[in-house]
Design a protein around this ligand. Structure first.
Ligand SMILES: *Cc1c(COP(=O)(O)O)cnc(C)c1O
Length: 380
């Protein structure tokens, strides 16, 4: 899409200014292979800041989800409960292992898994629940945790949106299930153009996760001098990113808290500006993540698809780029083929029709937010 001078793009990648220096360091030392200094810095940061036992950097969150499916030994005949309002990778990771995604509806307030729908979808074949913290808003992890323990299910968090988001009790998302997955895709809050991480919290999974990350070998034990040769010991794949990606990511993670704070300021500005419309019931917007979220997405919900598309058109006519989001997986061709739906999907279908994402990134100015708000106010 062409961007004119006064346009407000939907997304602009933020640079912290240290990316080049760290990339130069890798170039100078020629230490391009994975699992080097910058990988260690990123992994240590994630472990310390989020409070997880183990963090493995990956080339993408898609890879982290695939690792999670391997780690939890998901296989043919297994069922995995997840929202339909999510990215394809949430489901693909399990379909690749021969399992069946079971799509259930979301709560209208948070757009995250509705625990009652999850409970109703559990069968003897269910092996895991995959909550997606949409827009960085926490799922009801207490309720989902209770369902998971009652039925002996894995809780695998798709925390792709949720770096540094917390629960109302202050615990970091991605660090609550046995396994969590993060994304550093270029559209996410912190990015290396791609990248992801697998977070492991279950002590029983740590060694296996190491092996999967090392392409199915016990190379970690070899590196520690525990074995004289490293051998093929598990199913694994190429899940280690190179050091160039890790170096770029480290420049971003060092500023992750400042980036989040800036996004939260802009997010608050949007919510303040749109509050008069919300109080008249003309517009709905995210609840519950104004204090503990990470402002990954700011969205508004219109009363109908027609109205949403009209808002999008009005913004576009002023050079403001906005975007709907997911086509629900349960109505997608592959979702129909390999997945199953349990219960009504009214909130999911409504959200797909009515949700509109607005520009939100650190380099946006308050004046830009005010321009967006002004156009929306003129529309309702
Ligand atoms: C971005 C995203 C992914 C995939 O992340 P990649 O790093 O691009 O592979 C998975 N799940 C959700 C919910 C996402 O938004």
């Amino acid at each position: 899409m062409d961007i004119a001078l006064n346009d407000i793009p939907f997304h602009v990648v933020h640079l912290t200014g240290r990316e080049r220096a760290y990339l130069d360091e890798v170039l100078a030392t020629r230490g391009f292979g994975g699992n080097g200094k910058f990988t260690a810095l990123c992994q240590d940061w994630l472990q310390t800041e989020l409070g997880v036992s183990q963090a493995h950097l990956t080339p993408s969150c898609t890879d982290a989800l695939e690792m999670a499916a391997l780690l939890c030994d998901i296989g043919p005949g297994d069922e995995v409960i997840m929202p339909s309002y999510t990215y394809v990778s949430t489901a693909n990771a399990f379909v690749l292992r021969g399992a069946t995604p079971v799509f259930v509806d979301i709560c209208p307030e948070t757009l995250t898994l509705d625990p009652a729908c999850v409970q109703a979808a559990v069968t003897p074949k269910t092996r895991a629940i995959v909550p997606v913290h949409y827009a960085g808003t926490a799922c009801d992890m207490d309720a989902l945790g209770r369902i998971a323990s009652a039925h002996g299910l894995w809780l695998i968090e798709d925390a792709a949106h949720a770096l540094l988001s917390r629960t109302p009790q202050g615990r970091y998302l991605g660090a609550l299930g046995q396994v969590g997955c993060l994304s550093f895709h270029s559209t996410k809050n912190v990015t290396a153009g791609g990248g992801g991480a697998l977070l492991v919290n279950d002590p029983g999974l740590l060694e296996k996760a190491q092996c999967i990350w090392h392409r199915g070998t016990d190379k970690a034990a070899f590196d520690n001098g525990e074995v004289s040769h490293y051998r093929w010991v598990a199913k694994g794949s190429a899940y280690q990113p190179g050091e160039l990606m890790a170096a770029f990511l480290w420049a971003q993670l060092e500023s992750a808290r400042a980036i989040t704070e800036r996004r939260m300021q802009l997010h608050r500005r949007y919510l303040q500006g749109l509050a008069p419309l919300a109080s008249k019931g003309l517009i709905r917007f995210p609840k519950g993540n104004d204090l503990t979220g990470n402002a990954h997405i700011v969205y508004v919900l219109a009363a109908s698809r027609l109205q949403r598309d009209a808002w999008m058109g009005a913004l576009a006519s002023q050079g403001i780029h906005s975007a709907p989001h997911y086509v629900p997986l349960h109505s997608s061709p592959a979702g129909r083929k390999w997945g199953r739906t349990h219960g009504a999907m009214g909130v999911t279908d409504d959200t797909a029709d009515c949700l509109l994402r607005l520009p939100l990134y650190p380099d946006l100015q308050y004046a830009d937010v005010d321009r967006v708000v002004h156009v929306l106010r003129g529309q309702v």
